[in-house]
Write a protein that binds this ligand. Structure first.
Ligand SMILES: [Zn+2]
Length: 305
């Protein structure tokens, strides 16, 4: 049986598949995709995944020994059903079992932030800049805020399957209600939409985050300065809780919001105010794998399977 790593990234609009020769050779043998067509329902999505696996078998001339699947949302370790997915037709469904029955293979699942952290650990910025790191905390800051913990090269899932879900830690009441039913989650305070909402409250002007950042950099708009300073303040404050709790060797900050340079200067200074230590040594690194991290991380799930 081949040692190749088969990974699938299940997204709301596209399902992407990759076959990597081995953990030491991440140059894809096959990389392909199919539409999710989520509106056609759960059974259809299961069928699309099976169709993608057939395509990958045809293109590679190989059969998988197991498949790693990255999804939005997490598998509940007790109920064995998916939860917290923004592709809502998947919630409450036993996706892992249904796929194992359909494909007659072991299926290993993890959420997209965990896959991101795993891929950057094995093949991305952690491998390149902090190769001795034992604990990696990966963050995706974009429309939402997700996080994942990698310990000794493996995802740490936790008792409830929610380890690393920093986006739904309480941060500040000013964030308001979250889709998860709580108030003031990290995601409601420092996601892209949260910063756009804050700018809109200050000015009455709906402005995209990218433009707010441009105006911040130019120093031309006091409201933009205030919005990004606030983002940096709460980024530092939020991250300090992770470091006090886990003290990871490295933190990888991905997603569109993670690209904002001020996080690594002003945000860093804010972090140093809140951390329970007299200095900050943990590197905050930008990821290197781009959009590939999700599907590569899914493939990494089967490395030990
Ligand atoms: Zn929440």
């Amino acid at each position: 049986m081949s040692q190749a790593l088969w990974g699938i990234d299940l997204g709301g609009t596209k399902i992407e598949g990759v076959i990597l020769p081995s953990i030491d050779r991440p140059d894809p043998l096959v990389r392909t995709r199919i539409d999710t067509q989520a509106a056609k329902g759960y059974d259809h999505i299961v069928g699309q995944i099976a169709a993608l696996v057939s395509m990958m078998e045809q293109q590679s001339g190989q059969k998988p020994r197991a498949i790693g699947i990255g999804t939005p949302g997490v598998l509940d370790p007790t109920l064995r059903t998916l939860k917290n997915s923004n592709t809502t037709v998947l919630n409450g469904k036993p996706l892992q079992k249904d796929l194992e029955d359909r494909l007659q293979l072991p299926v290993i699942m993890a959420n997209d932030a965990n896959c991101f952290a795993l891929a950057e650990t094995h093949w991305g910025v952690v491998k390149q800049e902090a190769p001795g790191a034992r604990m990696v905390f990966g963050i995706i800051m974009g429309t939402g805020v997700g996080g994942g913990i990698v310990m000794d090269g493996k995802i740490w899932n936790g008792r409830h399957g929610i380890a690393g879900e920093w986006g739904h830690n309480f941060l500040d009441e000013s964030g308001g209600p979250c889709y998860c039913g709580k108030v003031g989650c990290v995601e409601t305070v420092i996601s892209g939409p949260a910063t756009e909402r804050y700018y809109n409250r200050l000015t009455g002007e709906p402005l995209k985050l990218k433009e707010i950042v441009t105006r911040y950099a130019a120093g031309s708009d006091p409201a933009a300065t205030k919005a990004i300073d606030r983002l940096c303040h709460f980024f530092g404050k939020g991250i300090s809780a992770i470091i006090n709790m886990l003290d990871p060797d490295v933190i990888v900050v991905g997603g569109g919001v993670g690209n904002i340079d001020a996080l690594y200067t002003t945000g860093w200074e804010e972090l140093s105010r809140f951390i329970f230590n007299n200095r900050v040594e943990v590197p905050l690194l930008k990821p290197r794998l781009g959009d590939s991290a999700g599907v590569f991380g899914a493939a990494a799930l089967v490395a030990d399977a």
